[in-house]
Design a protein around this ligand. Sequence first.
Ligand code: ADP
Length: 545
Amino acid sequence: MYKGGLNYTQNSTNFIRYAGLLAPIILIGYGFFATFNNIPVLHIVNPLGLIILSIFWIGLAFLQFFIHSKSRLDSLLRIFAYHLLSGSYLIFVVGVSSPFTAFWILLTIASYVYFSKIGLQLNILFFIIITAIDIILQQGGNQNNTVYDLIALITILITSVIILGIFQSQEIAKKELDESRAAESLQRDRVITIVNNLADAVLSTDIEGFIRVYNAASLNLLDTNISLNGSHIDEILPLINMQGEPISLFKEIKKAKTVIKRDDLKYIFSDGEEMRLEVTFSPIRSSFSRSKKAETHDGYIIIIRDVTKAKSLEEERDEFISVVSHELRTPITVAEGSLSNLGVMLNHPNITPKMLKDGVEMAHEQVMFLANMVNDLSALSRAERGVGNDSEIINVADLAKQMLEKYSDEAKAKNLHLDLDLSPKIGKINASRLYIEELLQNLITNAIKYTKKGSVKMIFENKNGIINFSIKDSGIGISKTDQDKIFDKFYRSEDYRTRETGGTGLGLYVASKLAHKLCTKIQLTSRLNIGSTFNFSLPEYKKSE
Ligand code: ADP
């Protein structure tokens, strides 16, 4: 039958369907049995009347059993017909005071299930009318029957109230359950949304270590699109420690009593690439756990983060600090030694001015070295922090002349000629002035430093909108093996001629970082004892840009 306003389970409507078929069969069966065996019933109808009533009733019973109601009106008509036929049976066959009146309760339940409170009220009203008709029709008969009819009416009324009470309490419980389910599902959706939007991989395993829940980031981290559900964590995530020994994550997790974080684990992809991981895991203790023991839990939660980049930066930084402090130590020690020697010498009678001058020069040289290194380091830090990142339109010809002016004296001091070869109408560039000046300065000072005779040339030319900046020298040149290393930090050639001059080994490293910031790359061509050319290029600035 079409279900009314109340959403009862399939079981309760099925129960009503069967009862609606069986009850009329039993009642009709009894009606015939009583009629033909002269058992005292009301017998207001004759056997023909009973047969007609039975045909309608049984017909209705089969109809409702086999053909489902299509609409609310259909259900209403069917339930009304049931009331009519049951009422007629009570009035004309067995009487309201008969024990079979108890079957009316079935109609009461059905009315309530399909039409809720209004159905129940109409059902009761119907029963009052039937009782009244029954009493009227029997007037003049047995007085006791009237009393029995009234008792039946009261019984049905009380039972109806009880039914209403039971159903309503069930409804409240069901409503509360539905509400708590809805709240729980919302909560769950919220958590799932959070977990799915996390950049970290989040996996949850059962007590045996089999994956039950995971987020999208887990698949990204493991670079796979295969479902992880039901796979064992050790199978999906075979890990090694820093010594390269295999580690069973599940064994580690099992030992965890609270949240544990480890950042000394690695995962190796099938192509051999290593990924440094930070793994946080903890047991899950559900508030609905079947086991009440404090030390038991319902599985584990694992959060994994790829820290390869962070770790390599951290390691690089640590190494950098250690190299810098090592590089600083020697000049500081030498300068400090020279100065303390000078202090002793000053009070010594046999000290010649030359000895004092040498001491001062040595200390000065080391302090200059320290100053250079600090300059290079601050240029590097500026570039890394992005200070001076702002671009401006720079006239290349002006820049070239400015550089020539700035370093001519330094070249002259070494008997070198600093030349400028500038294409006519070279144009402009849009770049950070600080970066480009520092970059050119590094290349020009190196060229002057590593050239004993000949010249240093600044060749700036514009080739089809690309401005090429070259610093060419006729200096000591760089061997093929050194060419691969000179852009590394703190690298200085072993060549004795390089060692004759002071240097930090940071200049070209800084220059390469600055070139990177300017979105270009330094190219080098060099031949030992012939000379070197460092060059980089930038696009010409056109007004429309
Ligand atoms: P520094 O000049 O302080 O040693 P750099 O990073 O500037 O450090 O240069 C690294 C090395 O590259 C130098 O030590 C030197 O061996 C080599 N080098 C750089 N520029 C030139 C050049 N113009 N000619 C020859 N060698 C050079």
